[in-house]
Design a binder for this molecule. Structure first.
Ligand SMILES: [Zn+2]
Length: 493
């Protein structure tokens, strides 16, 4: 049985061996400049050796969001400034709370671009996508920067229809869930804005990475858990508290709030914190230990986790889980009566930090790419922590048998399809199980060492980007030197 060597031991060995030859580079210290570092506070969310990552990317959009929860706790209101480098003639925003299965309502009451008032035009019936025209300059040229100022409010309902749903927005008991609560820049693919609505059974957030600063004011009894890091807490005289949160590059800025308690541990250079509601400490301790072990293992196998924090949060998701950047929601049922699902669920959701948060893809068109690889990452977790036999059991019980039964039930079909072409059952069986089996077949075809190189290269070359299946397969063929058409024909098409 293979035992996993924790990464902190590896780091200690490297340091003993004198491999940290350039301490300044290792620490990610920015070269001194004559002007203040404009990104200093975003870098707080990055581990020291990744603090120059911002400079390796094209100029990123920046969000500065300031919101507060009203006294009745039914509305979140505030302003956001989105600074967009090299804007096109229009800015398209997603208002995720307006999706019918989110059951929220986001309205923009004022909009300006570069201090000129502009109209907000809905692009769909739900107003979940809106368009703003960028005022041209007097000479007709486009600006090199658009500063979009929005005043907005979000009505917070109760989390709708919890059965079988991965989406949650609003209140459930004392817990407030706020994925995608702010106007979010839509993605452009090949110069076209992606404006399609997500299917109810697929992941909703489809974002480019950006730099985020959030000031959120909540009643003092609520603990805010968010992507990025909290850099300051201000206790206001009116029994509220302002959480100043920052980070980037982040694919989203997701917030949960509630009367949480917390347990923390360090792993892979990050602080892992398990947030739970009173009474669920035992489950939270299990979630923390699996999350920390998974973070270490995936960091060693795929490439380092760049962020300083990872939060695991008990959420009103029954026995489902849901991934956001630096924040993983785990359904409350696995903290008690469904504890047997906790290990797999945490292993899956933590892997999404690699295959969603750092390496993104279009979840509406190619959901299998991140879900299949995330699902199969749990095989690595089981093998690394419990040994080959347990991993083989997972392979058989979790993917082979369900997929065999699906085939007998006539559910087999193409994996690489848009999410809306599946129903919830075929989505689960093909986008998860059959796609996981594709990665298993890829490993068998390439051999352990080459498969590892493919995954590591994919991660390293795709960090903070949005990738397509074609790009993944091109990397796999380039690194392995093999034509993989026979595998993709059988496993994906
Ligand atoms: Zn997933």
């Amino acid at each position: 049985m293979t035992q996993y060597l924790p990464s902190f031991i590896m780091v200690s060995l490297m340091m003993l061996a004198g491999l940290c030859s350039s301490p300044l580079v290792e620490l990610g210290l920015v070269n001194p400049t004559a002007t203040p570092d404009p990104y200093a506070h975003y870098r707080a969310a990055l581990q020291p050796r990744f603090r120059n990552d911002i400079e390796t990317l094209p100029p990123l959009p920046r969000y500065h969001i300031t919101v507060q929860l009203d006294e009745s706790q039914s509305q979140l209101s505030g302003v956001t400034r989105i600074t967009i480098p090299n804007p096109t003639a229009e800015v398209v925003l997603r208002l995720y709370p307006n999706l019918s299965h989110y059951n929220g309502s986001l309205s923009i009451s004022q909009a300006q671009i570069n201090q000129i008032p502009v109209a907000v035009t809905p692009m769909d019936a739900d107003s979940s996508v809106v368009r703003l025209l960028v005022p041209p300059q007097a000479n007709g040229t486009l600006l090199d920067m658009a500063v979009v100022d929005l005043t907005f409010s979000v009505e917070l309902g109760r989390v709708p229809n919890r059965d079988g749903s991965y989406t949650l927005f609003g209140w459930d008991g004392a817990t407030l869930s706020l994925p995608g609560f702010y106007p979010t820049l839509a993605v452009q693919e090949a110069g076209q804005w992606v404006v399609e609505q997500p299917a109810a059974h697929c992941d909703v957030l489809f974002n480019e990475v950006a730099l985020y600063q959030l000031d959120i004011t909540l009643p003092q009894e609520l603990i805010a858990v968010a992507s990025g890091v909290t850099v300051n807490l201000i206790n206001n005289p009116n029994q509220t508290r302002t959480w100043q949160i920052t980070g980037g590059p982040l694919r989203d800025m997701t917030v949960m709030a509630g009367p949480f308690q917390a347990l923390s541990e360090t792993g892979a250079g990050a602080t892992v914190t398990s947030y739970y509601l009173p009474g669920n400490e035992s489950g939270a301790r299990d979630a923390l230990s699996h999350a920390t072990a998974a973070l270490r293992l995936y960091s060693d196998l795929y490439g380092a986790y760049p962020y300083t924090e990872l939060d695991i949060v008990e959420a009103p998701l029954n026995r489902y889980g849901m991934e956001y950047t630096g924040l993983v929601m785990i359904g409350e049922d696995v903290y008690h009566q469904d504890r047997k699902y906790l290990r797999f669920l945490v292993a899956h959701e933590v892997a999404h930090q690699w295959w969603y948060a750092v390496v993104g893809n279009n979840p509406y068109q190619h959901p299998w790419l991140d879900e299949g690889l995330t699902e199969y990452s749990a095989f690595d977790y089981y093998r690394g922590v419990y040994g080959q036999a347990r991993a083989e059991e997972l392979l058989t019980g979790h993917w082979y048998i369900p997929f065999d039964q699906a085939m007998q039930g006539g559910i087999d079909g193409q994996v690489d399809r848009p999410a809306r072409e599946f129903d919830p059952t075929s989505y689960q069986l093909l986008v998860y199980a059959k796609a996981a089996l594709f990665f298993n077949a890829l490993r068998a075809e390439l051999g352990e060492e080459t498969y590892r190189q493919v995954i590591q290269t994919y991660y390293t070359e795709s960090r903070y980007k949005l990738v397509t299946p074609e790009q993944f397969l091109a990397i796999a063929e380039r690194v392995s030197g093999q034509n993989l058409d026979h595998l993709t024909d059988k496993g994906l098409r």
